[in-house]
Design a protein around this ligand. Structure first.
Ligand SMILES: *Cc1c(COP(=O)(O)O)cnc(C)c1O
Length: 486
């Protein structure tokens, strides 16, 4: 006889997602939607300018052991600790980092991603999800120009995609009999820091990343790459990988992919194209030619959470030859045994439990289609071009370079202003814009000097919106200069 069911503590299970609690679920979601709508209506400007000390204090004052027991009250508190002062990426005066306003079909998908909570490691935790992800990877691979042997996997972001790409490149080099200490990675001086970080995590030599000089347009100089490759060989080292960037973080520069691919091939080096930023060009018939040569890569990083207007996280690593993904495979009896009857994605991923982020891109493509996404990318690229034209002959603002994708690097420097002063002003202008809640711009260094940067990823923003920000920069430059003189 079976023992009697042990008595359970009487517990309130209304908070669990379950059909028995459908009304509670719907009530919570409606409350949340109304709260979000109120916040969107009240929102005025990209930020309120709250300082870290203030932001930290309201959070620290919350006692997590004393729940409020009420959704409405908890949402109100959430607003105080975060939402009231949140930075809104959809605001036209938010022009700082590579963050995008997100498309609504992707948000709708988020509801399903989190509620159903599928996990993409194995078929038995995701069923159709496994094939949705595969279909999107195949589709992206097709846009890259890879053939039928291509494969890939969704990742948490460009950093993870780049890490995995270099991991595959390293293991391919090790499989060819090379020693870890001899491996070198060649990347442009303007490449993303995640390349350096990946080299470190992969246990490569401290000086494993060889930076290659860029030309006046901040694109990798093929002659410099050729010399660097020869230098690596002369030192008795092995060029494990060449990392080309399709859309550098600061200047949106696209390295000359055909020339870089030819050199990588000639030296037997793995070619990784970091298209975290420029990947959105794959959706635009007009801009796609700028990525010519990307199909010669061994691996490509695409961040859908940048130029595909997806919520974080959404990125992919796509490889030309699926067999290379085997370098991250490990068989566990309890999950993905060697003789597993069903397909899985965990064999290709650095992660195990993994969000069904692919569904967001899926619903986006099914509702809106790729041409709409491509059109948005064209809009922001055109916007940057127009802003660049206005700044090119501005009496007080100086443009660092003609915009190539959707960034504009510039500074306040009227004729006669010393460069040291311009350096100081750049940081103060940026901080003041934030503190006043007027605009959010980014900062970077060019040739050791401080510059401001606009990253334009909002297809709704107009030229006037962005010129209002650059006007505010010029006005603040005058104001702060006058203050310093007084
Ligand atoms: C943003 C970016 C990355 C890093 O991507 P995350 O999604 O932030 O991890 C890598 N490379 C380039 C060129 C980028 O712009």
């Amino acid at each position: 006889m079976l023992p009697a069911t042990p008595a359970r503590h009487a517990r309130d299970t209304r908070h669990l997602f379950h059909p028995d609690h459908l009304e509670d679920f719907l009530a919570s979601m409606r409350l949340g939607l109304d709260h979000l709508a109120d916040a969107l209506t009240a929102q005025a400007g990209p930020a309120t300018g709250v300082l870290p000390e203030q932001a930290a204090k309201v959070v620290a004052d919350v006692d997590l052991d004393r729940p409020l027991g009420d959704t409405r009250a908890a949402l109100a508190e959430m607003s105080r600790v975060w939402l009231d002062d949140a930075v809104w990426f959809h605001d036209p005066a938010y022009v700082a980092h590579l963050n995008c306003p997100v498309v609504v079909p992707a948000l709708l998908a988020e509801l399903f991603v989190s509620s159903v909570n599928s996990s993409l490691d194995t078929f038995d935790q995701s069923v159709g999800g496994t094939f949705v992800e595969r279909h999107l990877i195949d589709w992206t691979a097709g846009r890259i120009g890879f053939g039928a042997t291509a494969d890939g996997v969704f990742t948490s972001g460009g950093t993870q995609s780049n890490l995995q790409a270099l991991h595959l490149a390293r293991d391919a080099a090790l499989a060819a009999g090379h020693a870890t200490a001899d491996l070198r990675v060649l990347a442009s001086a303007d490449g993303h820091f995640s390349v350096q970080k990946a080299a470190k995590l992969l246990g490569l030599a401290p000086d494993a990343v060889v930076t290659v000089a860029v030309d006046d347009d901040h694109r990798m100089d093929p002659l410099a790459l050729s010399r660097a490759l020869a230098g690596v060989r002369d030192a008795g080292h092995v060029p494990m990988a060449v990392v080309a960037t399709a859309g550098t973080t600061d200047f949106g520069a696209i390295d000359p992919l055909p020339a870089v691919a030819a050199l990588a091939e000639a030296h037997g080096a793995w070619l990784h194209v970091d298209a975290a930023y420029g990947g959105g060009l794959l959706a635009s018939a007009r801009l796609r030619p700028r990525l010519a040569g990307i199909e010669r890569a061994d691996s490509v990083t695409v961040d859908y959470h940048k130029t595909w207007f997806q919520p974080v996280s959404s990125s992919a690593l796509v490889v030309r030859d699926s067999r290379h993904l085997g370098h991250v495979t490990w068989h566990a009896d309890y999950l993905n045994p060697k003789d597993a009857a069903h397909p899985n994605q965990v064999d290709k991923s650095l992660q195990t439990t993994r969000r069904f982020d692919a569904l967001k891109l899926w619903l986006t493509l099914r509702v809106m289609g790729p041409d709409t996404i491509g059109g948005y990318v064209e809009d922001v690229v055109d916007l940057a071009t127009a802003v660049g034209e206005r700044l090119a002959d501005h009496p007080e603002l100086e443009l660092a370079a003609t915009p190539q994708l959707s960034t504009v690097v510039f500074r306040y420097r009227p004729a006669g202003l010393a460069e040291d002063t311009a350096d100081l002003l750049a940081g103060r202008i940026r901080a003041t814009l934030y503190e006043r809640g007027a605009a959010m711009v980014a900062a970077t260094k060019v040739g050791g000097r401080c510059w401001l940067k606009l990253t334009l990823l909002n297809p709704v923003a107009t030229l006037d919106d962005v010129l209002a920000v650059t006007d505010a920069v010029a006005a603040l430059g005058r104001e702060l200069t006058a203050e310093a003189a007084a």
